[in-house]
Design a protein around this ligand. Structure first.
Ligand SMILES: Nc1ncnc2c1ncn2[C@@H]1O[C@H](COP(=O)(O)OP(=O)(O)OP(=O)(O)O)[C@@H](O)[C@H]1O
Ligand SMILES: [Mg+2]
Length: 209
C-alpha cells in the first residue's frame, strides 16, 4: 500500500483540492483508493458527501487516529491512500506522516507561501518521508512560476507539473466530482492526470491499467 500525505503549514495552499483530485485521478485508472481526511475542517469529507460515484472511499479521522486508520486500510487491501491534513499541523504532522511513502507539498507561487514552505518540508523530512513541492494555482505564463521553482529547488524536489489557477477546480468539487469527470478535456483534467502519473512513478505504484 502506498501512502501519500498532502501537507502545507499555510492555509489555503490547495491541500484539499489536490487531495481530492489526485484521489480521483488514481481511482480513475483503477487503483483501490482511500482518502483519509485528517483535517477537522472536513473539506474532503464534505466533498465525498456530495458524491454519487462509488469511489474513492473517503473517511474522516482524527489526526491521532491516522496510523490506526492506515493499518486498517492495509488489511482491507487498499492500494493507494491519500491523507489530507490541516494547516498549522506542526505537532500532529510528524505523527501523521510517519511511514508515508511521499509527502506532496502544495505551494502557491507567492513570496509568503514560499516562506512557509520550509517548515513543512523540515517536519516531513525529519519524519523520514521523501517530499516534493507542487506549484499550485499558477497564473498562465507568469514569471513567478520559474522564480518559485528556483526558490523551492533549494529546499527540495519540485514536481515538473504545475497546477493552474482555474475555476473548474472549485466548480467540479461543488458537484461531488473532480475536474476529470466534470470537464474531461480541460487543461485542469490533463494536468491532474499528469501530476498523478509523476506521483505514481516516484512511489513505484504499479499501473493497474
Ligand atoms: N489550482 C487552483 N485554482 C483555483 N483555485 C484553487 C486552486 N487550488 C485551490 N484553490 C482554491 O483555493 C481555496 C483553498 O483551497 P483548499 O481548500 O484546497 O486549500 P487547503 O490547503 O486545503 O486549505 P486549508 O488549509 O484551509 O485546509 C479554495 O477556495 C479552492 O477552491
Ligand atoms: Mg483543506
Amino acid at each position: 500500500m502506498i501512502t501519500i500525505v498532502v501537507a502545507s503549514s499555510k492555509g489555503g495552499a490547495g491541500k484539499s483540492t489536490l487531495s481530492v483530485h489526485l484521489s480521483v485521478a488514481a481511482w480513475l485508472v483503477g487503483e483501490r483508493v482511500l482518502l483519509l481526511d485528517a483535517d477537522p475542517q472536513g473539506s474532503s469529507f464534505a466533498w465525498s458527501q456530495a458524491r454519487e460515484a462509488d469511489g474513492p472511499t473517503v473517511r474522516a479521522v482524527e489526526p491521532s487516529e491516522v496510523q490506526s486508520a492506515l493499518r486498517k486500510a492495509a488489511s482491507e487491501g487498499y492500494g493507494v491512500v491519500f491523507i489530507d491534513t490541516q494547516p498549522r499541523a506542526a505537532a500532529s504532522l510528524t505523527n501523521i506522516a510517519r511511514g508515508a511513502d511521499l509527502a506532496v507539498l502544495p505551494v502557491r507561487p507567492t513570496p509568503f507561501d514560499l516562506d512557509t514552505s520550509k517548515p513543512t518540508a523540515r517536519i516531513v523530512a525529519a519524519a523520514g518521508v521523501p517530499f516534493a513541492f507542487v506549484l499550485n494555482a499558477c497564473k498562465p505564463r507568469s514569471p513567478d512560476i520559474a522564480l518559485s521553482r528556483e526558490v523551492l529547488a533549494e529546499v527540495g524536489s519540485v514536481f515538473e507539473e504545475t497546477i493552474g489557477d482555474r475555476t473548474v477546480y472549485a466548480r467540479s468539487l461543488q458537484t461531488g466530482r473532480s475536474c476529470q469527470e466534470y470537464e474531461p478535456t480541460s487543461d485542469a483534467a490533463r494536468e491532474i492526470a499528469r501530476l498523478w502519473s509523476e506521483i505514481a512513478r516516484r512511489t513505484d505504484v504499479v499501473p493497474t491499467r
